[in-house]
Ligand binder design. Structure first.
Ligand code: 3PG
Length: 217
C-alpha cells in the first residue's frame, strides 16, 4: 500500500513519545523492545549510529511483532534500503538532503525527514512530506520556534527531537502542530549497559502519562 501522510500521522499520534535508542549490543534488543511495549511505547526508533543498529532492527522485527520498529539516524539512501530490508517499518533522519529525499520518495515506508527551519520544512512539504522531525528541537528554538512555524505553515506537523526530557515533552505535546516527541531519555545509556529493563519499562510508562498533556482531538 502506498504511504500517505495521514496514515503516518495516525500511527505516530498513537503514542506521545518515540524512544530514540542508541544500542551497542543487538542481543539486548528484544528484551529492550519488550520492556518498551510493556510500558506502553510500541513505536521504537533504533538509531543506525552504532554497528548494532541494523541487527537490532532485524531481531525486534522478527521477535517482537507488537512493536513498530523503525530506523533513525538514516543518513544515506543505502542505509535506508538496508534498514527496510532488516524490517524497519519507518525511517527517520536528522536532516534531509536531496539524495535522501529521493530515497524517501522511493519507499512506501513512513519517512520523517529532519527539518529545523521554515525553508527546510517547505522543501520537505514540496516533496509531499507534511509530517517531519524537528531537529535539533531545543537548540533550534524549541517550543517558541514550533509555535512560530505554525503561523505560516499550519498544514505541517512535527515530531520534535533533540534535548527533550519528560518535563519539556509536556509543553511540546500541548502544541497543535506536534504529533509526538522523540527522545533518548527513555532508554538511558546506563540503563542499557546494566540491562535495567524494568527501569526502562517504568520510564516508558511515565512517558505514556504525557498523553494527559495533549489537546483533545
Ligand atoms: C536523535 O537522534 O533524534 C537525537 O539524538 C535524540 O535526541 P536526545 O538524545 O537529545 O533525546
Amino acid at each position: 500500500m502506498a504511504r500517505t501522510e495521514d496514515a503516518t500521522l495516525e500511527l505516530f499520534r498513537s503514542v506521545p513519545v518515540i524512544p530514540v535508542v542508541v544500542i551497542d549490543d543487538a542481543s539486548d534488543s528484544v528484551a529492550l523492545a519488550r520492556a518498551l511495549v510493556a510500558g506502553g511505547l510500541r513505536i521504537i526508533e533504533i538509531t543506525l549510529r552504532t554497528a548494532a543498529g541494523i541487527e537490532a532492527i532485524r531481531r525486534i522485527a522478527a521477535e517482537v511483532p507488537e512493536a513498530v520498529v523503525g530506523a533513525g539516524s538514516v543518513l544515506t539512501p543505502a542505509t535506508a534500503v538496508a534498514a527496510e530490508k532488516a524490517g524497519a517499518r519507518f525511517l527517520v533522519s536528522p536532516g534531509t538532503t536531496g539524495l535522501l529525499r529521493a530515497a524517501f520518495e522511493a519507499t512506501a515506508l513512513p519517512c520523517l525527514g529532519g527539518a529545523a527551519t521554515a525553508s527546510e520544512a517547505m522543501v520537505m512539504a514540496e516533496a509531499g512530506f507534511t509530517f517531519m522531525k524537528f531537529f535539533p528541537a531545543e537548540t533550534s528554538g524549541g517550543v517558541a520556534a514550533l509555535k512560530a512555524l505554525g503561523g505560516p505553515l499550519p498544514h505541517l506537523t512535527f515530531c520534535p527531537t533533540g534535548g527533550i526530557d519528560v518535563q519539556r515533552a509536556a509543553t511540546y505535546l500541548g502544541l497543535p502542530n506536534v504529533a509526538c516527541v522523540g527522545g533518548s531519555w527513555i532508554t538511558p545509556a546506563d540503563a542499557l549497559r546494566e540491562r535495567a529493563f524494568d527501569r526502562i519499562e517504568a520510564l516508558a510508562r511515565a512517558a505514556v502519562s504525557l498523553n494527559d498533556a495533549r489537546p483533545r482531538r
